[in-house]
Design a protein around this ligand. Structure first.
Ligand SMILES: C[S@@+](CC[C@H](N)C(=O)[O-])C[C@H]1O[C@@H](n2cnc3c(N)ncnc32)[C@H](O)[C@@H]1O
Length: 281
């Protein structure tokens, strides 16, 4: 990210969610606040998305990862989760349309510059900050999540759900494992959902070209993709930290679950969304 500037990729991800409401009618992920929080008129959002047909794949991936995370969150609330931590929240809106009220305390953790920008956007859009939401500004590469959450009043004794969408690729591996180590050690038990990508060298030529174009675009915004994972290695390390029930959807599983009637060439490798937990049932 550019020093002192909000994340530009947070804006891009929010624009994809808004476009998904307008172009696909929110068929994968319905978010009544997605257009409003963006502060751009719906016509323009839809037009810009139509003018970039090659971005459809990314738009649908973002819709899928958010839907997967929110479905897993709803199931985890049934299992006793009473805190949600949205890591690298960007313009995520779950806290502003939570069906659980005070039953689930929510923490939005983000880079201080992105968070300040979001709060200004919320005020402009007339979206009220609910009483169950606490903002925790944290720069992941410089500060620990533990410190940031402790300052915000996080209760480690409570079972907690962490969403971490669209952030892992932008961090160093050291920062990623520090954060996952913290999550694994939450005494009340934790669930986590995050997305990641297969290593570029393992992709098909078509997916490699698509990935390289995306990488160049985000790098030009000052936010480089730094880290990729081999799924088996990642799962092994997560298990070593005490995570279980590792559910990892790569391109074939995403298609089977969310786009069962789609046809055409199916990439084996690309973007993944993963859920894991330390909670035993
Ligand atoms: C692509 S956006 C994703 C936002 C949101 N989760 C979503 O899915 O729309 C990346 C987010 O990671 C945050 N981020 C990136 N690097 C960070 C860092 N070093 N410390 C804190 N937050 C960071 C940005 O501020 C931004 O909100």
């Amino acid at each position: 990210m550019e020093p002192g500037q909000p994340s530009r990729t947070a804006l891009a991800a929010a624009a994809h969610r808004a476009a998904h409401q307008l172009l696909e009618n929110g068929s994968i992920f319905a978010d009544p606040l997605a257009v409003r929080i963006l502060g751009v008129d719906a016509e323009r959002v839809a037009r810009e998305a139509r003018e970039q047909p090659a971005r459809r794949r990314m738009r649908l991936f973002i819709a899928v990862r958010t839907r997967f995370a929110e479905d897993a969150l709803a199931a985890a609330v049934e299992r006793g989760v009473r805190q949600l931590v949205v890591l690298g929240a960007g313009l995520d809106t779950i806290a502003f349309r939570s069906p659980w009220g005070d039953r689930v305390r929510m923490f939005e953790v983000d880079h201080p510059a992105t968070q300040a920008w979001k709060r200004a956007r919320l005020a402009d859009a007339g979206i009220k900050e609910p009483q169950w939401l606490i903002f925790a500004p944290v720069q992941f590469e410089l500060e620990t999540l533990a410190d940031g959450l402790a300052t915000a009043g996080f209760d480690p004794a409570q079972q907690t759900f962490f969403t971490w969408l669209g952030v892992v690729p932008y961090l160093t591996e050291a920062a990623i494992w520090r954060t996952l180590g913290f999550i694994a050690g939450v005494p009340g038990g934790a669930h986590v959902v995050f997305d990641y990508a297969d290593p570029p060298e393992s992709l098909s030529p078509e997916m490699r070209a698509y990935r390289d174009e995306g990488a160049a675009r985000v790098a030009a915004l000052g936010e480089k993709w730094l880290t990729h994972f081999e799924p088996q290695e990642l799962h092994g390390k997560l298990a070593g930290l005490g995570f279980r029930e590792i559910e990892d959807l790569g391109p074939p599983e995403i298609r089977a679950r969310y786009f069962p009637s789609s046809t055409g060439p199916l990439p084996e490798r690309g973007g993944h969304v993963l859920r894991a937990t330390t909670v035993r049932t």
